[in-house]
Design a protein around this ligand. Sequence first.
Ligand SMILES: Nc1ncnc2c1ncn2[C@@H]1O[C@H](COP(=O)(O)OP(=O)(O)OP(=O)(O)O)[C@@H](O)[C@H]1O
Ligand SMILES: O=C(O)C1=C[C@@H](O)[C@@H](O)[C@H](O)C1
Ligand SMILES: [Mg+2]
Length: 165
Amino acid sequence: MKPIYLIGFMGAGKTTIGKELASCLNQEVIDTDEEIVMREKKNINDIFEEHGEEYFRNLETLILNEFDNRAGIVTTGGGIVVKPENRKKLNEKGIVFFLYASPEEIFKRIENDHSRPLLKGDKKKLIQELYEKRMPLYKETAHVVIDTTNKDKAEIIQEIIDCLG
Ligand SMILES: Nc1ncnc2c1ncn2[C@@H]1O[C@H](COP(=O)(O)OP(=O)(O)OP(=O)(O)O)[C@@H](O)[C@H]1O
Ligand SMILES: O=C(O)C1=C[C@@H](O)[C@@H](O)[C@H](O)C1
Ligand SMILES: [Mg+2]
């Protein structure tokens, strides 16, 4: 069985949905962000501040490469699609679900969460700018698009399970 990858913008629900999906399917799950935090023993804000974004992106690719031949679920960071080599790996090695949410919905979900270094400042504006750059990359990488707008976790998980056949 190929790995199942969840991709999408910050706040799309990748980490949340991935954990519940894993328990429904009785599969292992890893989250690239959580794996990085565990290895570095620092939160993502501190990693970006102390080492910069490139350092973080290199760790992200390293982890993706470590898990590409194992069955199970990999929930990714919102920026995993920025590197072309990651997009290729995701698309070729696994079944890729793009969890879609509108920028307005994203803002609502993460408005009061300050754990994301790329959203420091005018959050609404930063989401909009990054969203426009990233959307084509998610679409290009995905095998299946799941619209999460106005859907609860159970509905989203059921949609993913239905797609897996
Ligand atoms: N379908 C949903 N409807 C409403 N809220 C949701 C939904 N899915 C997730 N959330 C909420 O949105 C917030 C962000 O979810 P989560 O951390 O899983 O996003 P993520 O895609 O992993 O983001 P990141 O890329 O930053 O890791 C959480 O508070 C979560 O409970
Ligand atoms: O979209 C992004 O670039 C990011 C998303 C988060 O999951 C984290 O990986 C980090 O905050 C960067
Ligand atoms: Mg996450």
